[in-house]
Ligand binder design. Structure first.
Ligand code: 3HC
Length: 301
């Protein structure tokens, strides 16, 4: 059955090579998913070789885990590894890519620049997909020569496990682009839904209310561990585990975007701001105890 709002599948263009801008955790998870499900070459790019090597290294390590669990055999594991490569210079490796996804820092200016650079090296039909979690697709596409090939393609963490993919149509996104996005989402075995181009789309807007309210409870004096403990058996993951999984900087950005759009309804936690200012990437240590430095930030008046 065709998802609501999806154009006719016959309009979809084939995807034979995927380019990914960024080689961070989200980008690397995407590289593995695309290689595994589409079985086409996937190239990760980033600002320097160290970042690129780290991204490719993550993908190879995840493939080894799949091998260890018996999810893929040794031949398939080797084939998958051979499909994923990395490069610093996008020009050569993206020239024949027909689907490019950006998963770089969540800032409009940076994402616009990325697409402007990519547009110079890909064909006019190549789809430019953005994994933005909150920003406007219409605005991101506005200054491009071909804004009609830009589409939102928003995944959830952990990418391999979470079933949903939000597909976002910008004002100028054309039907061929949208059909290609839906067909690709289906090939990736995700549940695809068309969402409106509005701040944080659907899931992150709901999560923003939820995380904002939990943040307020803690800011008002409830200890963090007590707030998390209240969710035992209620949610798949307590809120501050979720915050650590998503990353405090991304969560803060989401809440700031939503607060900017709907100031009466969204809360920006000063403790979360302090956490990000201290460059903390997780509330919990690997042994699941609360990081004492985080506890200190939250205890500060
Ligand atoms: N990366 C890859 N795979 C992972 C993983 C990770 N970080 N974490 C867990 N998994 C896999 C495990 O390997 C396991 O796979 P297997 O069945 O093949 O062995 C499977 O997930 C289940 O893991 P576990 O049994 O260890 O743990 P749980 O049953 O507790 O499930 C969870 C883990 C799926 C992460 C679950 O806790 C959950 O659903 N949490 C909520 C996650 C969520 O809400 N994500 C959305 C965040 S918002 C977002 O991402 C948007 C962005 O824009 C900010």
């Amino acid at each position: 059955k065709r998802p609501a709002g999806a154009p006719d599948r016959s309009l979809a263009r084939p995807v034979t090579k995927v380019g990914i801008v960024g080689a961070g955790l989200m980008a690397s998870q995407l590289a593995l998913l695309f290689a595994r499900r589409l079985q086409v070459p996937v190239v990760l790019t980033d600002l320097d070789q160290e970042r690129v090597d780290k991204g490719v290294g993550y993908v190879h390590a995840e493939i080894d885990k799949l091998l260890g669990k018996g999810r893929v055999g040794p031949d398939k594991a080797n084939r998958l590894k051979a499909l994923v490569s990395g490069a610093v210079d996008k020009a050569e490796v993206f020239a024949d890519a027909d689907f490019v996804v950006e998963a770089v820092f969540e800032e409009m200016k940076i994402k616009k620049q990325v697409f402007a650079d990519v547009e110079k090296v890909v064909s006019p039909e190549a789809v430019l997909a953005t994994n933005t979690s909150s920003l406007s697709i219409t605005e991101m596409a506005a200054d491009l020569e071909h804004p009609e090939r830009v589409v939102g393609f928003h995944f959830f963490n952990p990418v391999a496990v979470m079933p949903l993919l939000e597909i976002v149509k910008g004002e100028q996104t054309d039907d061929a682009t949208l059909a290609t996005a839906f067909a690709t989402g289906k090939a990736l075995k995700k549940t695809t839904i068309l969402v409106k181009d509005s701040p944080s789309f659907i899931v992150n807007r709901l999560l923003g209310r939820f995380m904002g309210e939990v943040g307020k409870i803690v800011d008002e004096g409830t200890p963090l561990a007590v707030a998390d403990g209240a969710f035992a058996g209620v949610a798949p993951m307590p809120p501050f585990f979720l915050l650590s999984l998503v990353g405090p900087a991304i969560a803060l950005h989401n809440n700031e975007t939503l607060h900017g759009a709907f100031p009466d309804r969204f809360y920006v936690s000063p403790n979360l701001q302090a956490l990000v200012a201290a460059r903390k990437t997780s509330v919990y240590l690997p042994d699941f105890s609360i990081d004492p430095e985080v506890a200190e930030i939250f205890a500060a008046p």
